[in-house]
Design a protein around this ligand. Structure first.
Ligand SMILES: Cc1cc2nc3c(=O)[nH]c(=O)nc-3n(C[C@H](O)[C@H](O)[C@H](O)COP(=O)(O)OP(=O)(O)OC[C@H]3O[C@@H](n4cnc5c(N)ncnc54)[C@H](O)[C@@H]3O)c2cc1C
Length: 391
């Protein structure tokens, strides 16, 4: 087995899980994160393909404690609220795949990961450390954050959509604005009329828009995401505070349940995100450096798989490093195992956006076939086992 010092840039979900997977294989890990470590209070769906990795890292009881087990995904019509289709999750998906599907607060998830990282003696975390450059020489990587230098054997760019490591490694290209804007808000569920929130992922389809809501934090909070097609994104930042008044206008004419949810939002808990993606890259790795998660395959959230793909990457990468005779061989093996799957998830997420936002007669036809079409549509995603695929 190679003795390795791994440098990970970025302490998002992908970077933290990669650190834990690498430490478990016996490697020394340094994580460099530009922020102080705070996370946005939003919700996240964790499907069995990634909860199996988190279980393997020892998080089963913490996930059970902090997660909500959704009974189903329920798809409804934007105007009437009628049920178009549903897919059973809950115990049925746990039985089928061996692992649960959870709704969670992202803050809870990253806190669990950070606590474990802090306990792990092989991992050192450096917050407020923005990486601006790196070079590779004689089988080593040297990473710079201003005047500070860090040396290692492997560099892992887990630095998200606007990845500096990707730009330095493969050339600078801007991600593409997909024409979708996501509103996100999280607030106490107790404020809502009884019966509005149930233990399901509620997905409402409408022309050029959709709205998702589900309980998180053991049912104490509700997480809402409203996606709207827009031709331009005018704000400089890709994420900014949003005014619920504007959100209300975006969803004017929608069913009263959606109006009620929007009425409970305020500007302190309401954010707007411009949704970007990029075409699949031809390579992720050069020499001793590679990429992971949104840095190499930013994914629209319409399959709820972006973080799940980053978690799968992390598990596969650690196994490849463990098995290979050299770092280069490990990184080539890793990208060969991961590129097709992540590209397919990117493409299917985009396709879902088109399906969710249909209108008129096409939407009516979509609704007729939705109930049968949805039944086994996710098996290839949820049934994937990153720990055995690389064996
Ligand atoms: C509206 C919405 C809903 C979503 N819902 C889901 C869902 O339900 N399920 C799911 O699986 N996915 C979901 N996703 C996708 C998911 O959030 C992302 O795919 C995931 O966060 C990517 O993780 P990452 O670790 O690759 O990158 P990030 O989470 O972006 O982390 C990157 C980290 O790198 C740091 N960083 C960046 N540059 C530097 C630098 N130069 N030096 C040091 N540090 C740096 C950043 O500060 C950040 O901490 C959703 C996304 C959106 C927008």
């Amino acid at each position: 087995m190679l003795q390795l010092n791994v440098i990970i840039v970025g302490a998002g979900v992908g970077g933290l899980v990669a650190a834990l997977c690498c430490a478990r294989k016996g490697y020394s890990v340094r994580i460099l994160e530009q922020t102080g470590g705070e996370d946005l209070g939003a919700g996240i769906q964790l499907s069995p393909n990634c909860t199996r990795v988190l279980h393997d890292l020892g998080f089963a009881s913490e996930l059970e404690r902090h997660g909500c087990l959704p009974e189903a995904i329920e798809i409804r019509d934007w105007q009437t609220g009628h049920l178009i289709s549903s897919k059973v999750l809950g115990e049925s998906i746990r039985r089928g795949t061996g692992y649960p599907y959870y709704h969670m607060s992202r803050t809870d998830l990253t806190q669990l990961l950070r606590d474990k990282v802090e306990e792990e003696p092989r991992i050192q975390m450096h917050c407020d450390t923005r990486v601006d450059d790196f070079e590779q020489q004689a089988g080593k990587v040297q990473v710079s954050s201003g005047e500070e230098k860090f040396e290692g054997d492997v560099l892992l760019g887990a630095d998200g959509l606007h990845s500096t490591i990707k730009d330095k490694l493969l050339g600078s290209t801007r991600p593409r604005f997909t024409g979708n804007l996501a509103w996100r808000a999280t607030f106490p569920a107790a404020q809502l009329p009884p019966g509005l929130i149930s233990p399901v992922a509620a997905l409402w389809w409408g022309p050029k828009k959709h709205f998702v809501f589900y309980p998180i934090a053991g049912g104490e909070l509700v997480n809402c995401v409203g996606v709207v097609e827009k031709t331009v994104w005018q704000d400089e930042s890709w994420m900014t505070h949003g005014e619920p008044g504007e959100l209300r206008q975006d969803f004017a004419g929608w069913h009263k349940d959606i109006e009620v949810l929007i009425d409970h939002m305020d500007s302190s808990n309401c954010y707007k995100w411009a949704l970007y993606d990029r075409e699949p890259l031809a390579h992720w790795s050069v020499g001793q450096a590679t990429l992971l998660g949104d840095a190499c395959h930013p994914t629209l959230p319409f399959l709820a798989q972006g973080a799940a793909m980053a978690i799968e990457d992390a598990a596969v990468l650690a196994i490849c490093l463990h098995k290979a005779m050299s770092v280069e061989e490990a990184l080539q093996h890793y990208e060969a195992l991961r590129m097709d799957r992540t590209a397919r998830v990117q493409a299917e997420s985009r396709r879902n956006g088109r399906i969710f936002h249909m209108s008129g007669i096409v939407a009516k036809m979509r609704n007729l076939v939705a109930s049968t079409a949805i039944a086994n549509r996710f098996d290839w995603i949820y049934g994937y086992d990153p720990m055995s695929v690389s064996k």
